[in-house]
Design a protein around this ligand. Structure first.
Ligand code: SF4
Ligand code: SF4
Length: 339
């Protein structure tokens, strides 16, 4: 089959999948300007994501955190070394939430934020919000210089916390009071709400929780720009299936074309033991120590890892059309996106 025939075959096969048509077109455009991504290889990691802790106080239906082994918490000396090397290489932003885990369970989180801020990095935290209202955590985040907080929620009600986050329903009250507190600091910190839900949209926004606790603190623009809604979730390479999801939630279909390296291979994840991994978003059955790992910052300087042979070779695996040779985590990943 010629390259053109393969392309047409893939396109016709994907036409029925309207959900991903946008991504297929995006992939084709990226292929047509193939070579663009090679320029990105000469740049430092776009973003660095730390998996500072990989345990969580929730058990979301769409997340494999509780199914995978824990590597513990990243020690501060290793974090300090990583920050220094990221600064030297030229990365500008640090995110404290790679793959899975709740960063507000990390006893060193505030020191880490302070250290990153003092190096001039933009600092970003994604949290499930359950611990936001405890121990003046919101105030400490602001004081240490966090720039952006993204709170993941399953909706505005006790039922969704029990059904989607699979935690005691009293955690809804804790999360909502933490979010309300955070929203009061909106001038100092950029706030986002990422809602993965299974109800109808009117029910979501007419719920007492939204109307009484959130709406008085935000404007229309915030609702439009800073609240992200989705009923669709990734399958984590088969670790999550339709059976795991409650009625009203769906699995995203992976795009059939992955002809150029995924944009996430241009960001770096650093794991608790110092493993450097190309993707901060997804793992599959092999877990975090998989084919996307490219070195360990304890043993090798980040600059050598990032511009090294293994990193380059991994990106080139995306030039196959059927995806068979891709790392396991990438094969059926719906998060694939061309750079
Ligand atoms: S809150 Fe995040 S890390 Fe925790 S189980 Fe849910 S998706 Fe996974
Ligand atoms: S295809 Fe998925 S697993 Fe692979 S690099 Fe992209 S986001 Fe990560």
């Amino acid at each position: 089959m010629t390259l053109f025939e393969k392309l047409m075959d893939k396109i016709s096969g994907s036409l029925s999948n309207k959900i991903n048509l946008g991504k297929e077109i995006h992939s084709l455009k990226a292929l047509l300007k193939n070579g663009y991504w090679k320029r990105l290889e000469k740049l430092p990691p776009r973003k660095a994501f730390f998996n500072v802790i990989d345990v969580c106080n929730a058990n979301c239906v769409f997340c494999p955190a509780q199914k995978l082994p824990s590597e513990g918490i990243m020690e501060l000396p290793l974090y300090r070394k990583s920050i220094k090397e990221l600064d030297e290489i030229g990365t500008k932003s640090i995110n404290f939430s790679a793959l899975y885990g709740e960063p507000l369970l990390d006893p060193h989180l505030f020191q880490r934020i302070e250290m990153a801020s003092s190096h001039g990095f933009k600092t970003i935290l994604t949290t499930n919000g359950i611990r936001l209202s405890e121990n003046e955590n919101v105030e400490k985040l602001i004081e240490k210089g966090i720039d952006k907080v993204n709170v993941s929620m399953p909706g505005f009600g006790e039922k969704s916390y029990a059904e989607i986050f699979r935690v005691d329903k009293k955690n809804y009250g804790k999360a909502i009071s933490g979010i309300a507190k955070l929203l009061r600091y909106r001038g100092k910190v950029d706030c986002h709400l990422s809602i993965r839900y299974n109800s109808k949209i009117p029910e979501l926004f007419q719920s007492p929780g939204f109307k009484h606790n959130i709406l008085p603190l935000v404007n229309k623009n915030f609702i439009k720009e800073n609240i992200h809604l989705s009923k669709k979730v990734d399958n984590w390479g088969g670790l999550i299936s339709e059976e795991d999801l409650p009625e009203g939630m769906f699995l995203l279909k992976p795009p059939s074309l992955k002809p150029v390296p995924c944009k996430w291979t241009f960001s770096v994840a650093i794991l608790p033991g110092g493993t450097v991994r190309l993707c901060p978003c997804r793992v599959a059955e092999q877990g975090k120590q998989d084919e996307l790992t490219v070195g360990n910052i304890r043993e090798t300087r980040l600059r050598e890892i990032w511009y090294g042979k293994k990193t380059k070779e991994l990106r080139r695996m995306f030039s196959t059309f059927d995806g068979r040779e891709l790392p396991e985590a990438c094969r059926d990943c719906s998060f694939y996106s061309p750079p």
